[in-house]
Design a protein around this ligand. Structure first.
Ligand SMILES: [Zn+2]
Length: 471
């Protein structure tokens, strides 16, 4: 057993919501294999001490999760957790629920922000700029098509819903769409160019949700104003008939936003990420509960089309002003995405992708890249899902509590209250064997390097461990 002594509750609870292992608050009457505390603060009575005065894992993890990291290309929180994991498994038979569903290698959540739904709704200045971009890239036909659509001639090339639905149906996946809740509104204090010019389309939203897609709020003022947060949520959830999540337009956010969104009733937020980079602002790909939130999960945004291929963003991650994006070639962009997928295979979590609705069309034409990228994840064995399904899975995992008990010749693992919707993949329980020899396991399992993963299909699992290895 692992005992933890720490003056502050929430950093410890936050850490162990991501690192799901059995632990308890230190009780001097109990005996432990490992005690996590500052040296000299508690009596360890022969237990191994993880000395927090050398390195305070809890404070560091909590700080990264709430403040974020600039231009971070390694999942720093996962790296810290793994350091702790390596130490713990040397000194106790460690059991864990990893952030990877049974039957899959990691999770990918697909999202689209809907800023623009047609050429016609846009002003001449932005249409003119798009035409100029097309001509620069030699897309003469596209330039003509866009000009035609602005004048009401031909099919509107910036209405890409059919193409997206077809692409995702071909791949056998579904995604989340974030719609702006109000037309012509830039948001308090934002430049006029932030406004979108379409109305919420009840028929389109019904078609999407009936087809298995998810619809959420592309927030305008919900990140800064509690009553706007409720109104924006209401407008969209009235049409979806479901609870919804949000991603704020332009990724505007401050330190109070999570609490406002949580109190307004959003199930999750997916704003925490970069406009001008790819990577791990939260230091993790795991959805997590930000400090002070009752229910809301943050699903960090990891890869977005604009960050990879865009020229400039209005909300750079350095100072919030105009700033340069990575502006990568497709080849270089894929290399960066593959780095992220490799981290996902190693640490689990959710690779959240954002491809804007209009980026399928000229002059951007980033849809084919998305198809290839999602195809790679499928080949990797990833669970590809709309964001709310990933949130449901991670919420259930976060609520699960593992109990282990040494019994004659083995260990008994109980996970009471593990209630997963049967439409979601099951969880797995990992036993870090680290040289220990697992004998009989009642249930499905697979063996990895220094661990065995069990399909968590029952609440009570018995594992026989060969003698001398269970301590
Ligand atoms: Zn947007």
């Amino acid at each position: 057993m692992i005992g933890v002594y720490y003056p502050d509750l929430s950093p410890v609870e936050e850490t162990f919501r991501l690192f799901k292992i059995p632990w308890e608050w230190y009780d001097p009457a109990h005996t432990y294999d490992v005690v996590i505390a500052r040296r000299g603060e508690v009596e360890t009575a022969g237990a191994y001490l993880v000395d927090l005065s050398e390195k305070d894992y809890f404070a560091e993890i909590a700080r990264i999760l709430s403040e974020g990291l600039p231009h971070c290309h390694e999942p720093m929180v996962e790296i810290l957790i793994d350091e702790l994991r390596q130490v713990l498994k040397e000194h106790t038979l460690l059991v864990e629920i990893p952030p990877v569903p049974w039957g899959y290698s990691y999770t990918v959540a697909l999202t689209h922000d809907v800023d623009i739904t047609s050429v016609r709704e846009r002003r001449w200045v932005s249409v003119g700029y798009a035409v100029y971009q097309c001509l620069r890239k030699g897309m003469v036909r596209d330039a003509v098509r866009i000009l035609g659509a602005k004048c009401g001639i031909g099919k509107d090339p910036w209405n890409c819903f059919e193409e997206w639905m077809r692409l995702e149906e071909d791949l056998g996946v579904r995604s989340t769409w974030f719609f702006l809740p109000e037309k012509g509104k830039a948001g308090e204090g934002a430049p006029a160019i932030r406004a979108g010019y379409y109305d919420l389309d009840a028929e389109l939203i019904k078609r999407l949700t009936d087809g298995g897609w998810e619809v959420g709020v592309h927030g305008l003022d919900n990140w800064r104003d509690a009553s706007a947060a409720r109104e924006e949520l209401q407008k969209v959830s009235d049409l979806t008939g479901a609870t919804v999540g949000t991603r704020v337009h332009w990724l505007l956010f401050d330190e109070d936003s999570w609490k406002k969104l949580d109190e307004a009733g959003y199930v999750y937020d997916s704003t925490f990420g970069y406009n001008d980079d790819v990577g791990f602002k939260a230091g993790t790909m795991q959805p997590y509960r930000p400090q002070g939130c009752e229910r809301l999960l943050e699903v960090p945004l990891i890869i977005q089309d604009g960050g990879l291929f865009g020229g400039k963003t209005w909300n750079s991650s350095d100072d919030g002003g105009r700033g340069a994006c990575l502006c990568l070639s497709e080849e270089e962009g894929m290399r960066r995405c593959e780095e992220v997928l490799t981290y996902a295979k190693q640490y689990g979590g959710v690779v959240t992708l954002l491809w804007h609705h209009v980026s399928m069309a000229a002059p951007k034409r980033w849809g084919e890249f998305y198809r290839v990228l999602v195809g790679k994840a499928i080949v990797d064995g990833a669970w590809v899902a709309p964001e709310k399904e990933a949130v449901q899975w991670f919420n259930a995992r976060s609520d699960a509590v593992i109990h282990t008990e040494h019994v004659p010749d083995g260990i008994r693992i109980r996970v009471p209250g593990i209630g997963l919707d049967s439409s979601l993949p099951p969880m797995r329980i990992r036993i870090h064997t680290n040289g220990a020899d697992l004998g009989k396991i009642n249930g499905d399992y697979i063996e990895g390097a220094q661990y065995s993963d069990l399909r968590c299909s029952s609440l009570d699992i018995l594992v026989k461990v060969h003698e001398g290895t269970a301590d």
